[in-house]
Design a protein around this ligand. Sequence first.
Ligand SMILES: O=C(O)c1ccccc1N[C@@H]1O[C@H](COP(=O)(O)O)[C@@H](O)[C@H]1O
Length: 211
Amino acid sequence: MRIKICGITIPEQGVAIARMGATALGFICVPTSPRYVTSAQINAVVKDLSVKVDRIGVFANATVEEICQTVAEAGLNGVQLHGDETEEFCQELRQRLGSVETIKALRVRSQEGLKQVEIYTPWVDTLLLDAYHPQMLGGTGTTLDWSSLQQFHPSCPWLLAGGLTPDNVLDALNQLQPSGIDLSSGVERSPGDKDLDKVAKLFEKLGIGNR
Ligand SMILES: O=C(O)c1ccccc1N[C@@H]1O[C@H](COP(=O)(O)O)[C@@H](O)[C@H]1O
């Protein structure tokens, strides 16, 4: 199962989290976020990584040009679109990015919102479900109603996000079988400052040892 730890801002923490067993590190490229990092800051993390780990940039309503520039500058191999990007936008971006993974995040407000899923699947590699929050785009710590997702079986891989913590992750995984999980605020001391004890507890709960 993929395990993405998102909102990395501090190089030593990114390196430690990758060693603990994360399969992906997420970098918030949304300027309004308290977890925002520049390409130079992402490079400072990526250059010290000694294990293979995906490097995902999180964008919201950025332009294709802005995303492609950051991907090239920061050495990302995946992008997560967390805003109101249309399926046409995903199609254009995917053509431009070639082998870089495209992940479309859907902020689920109701069962009705899940109907959007099939319009995106032809144009993205992976879907991500996050909880809807009226004021914030992401990193909210709000959980989805997992029981309502038990029939969610999209035709492409998907990541479960939204308010996951070391304490509730097994509960979520007992109800759902996502291709991966994505945690941010649930393993933090404060926005962008990861709590390595919480991250270690997460991997312990998942039965994953250091790499
Ligand atoms: O984390 C942020 O600040 C952020 C800002 C803008 C878009 C997405 C953001 N984070 C994403 O939110 C989800 C879930 O976070 P949490 O576990 O509920 O704290 C995750 O996919 C992050 O990539």
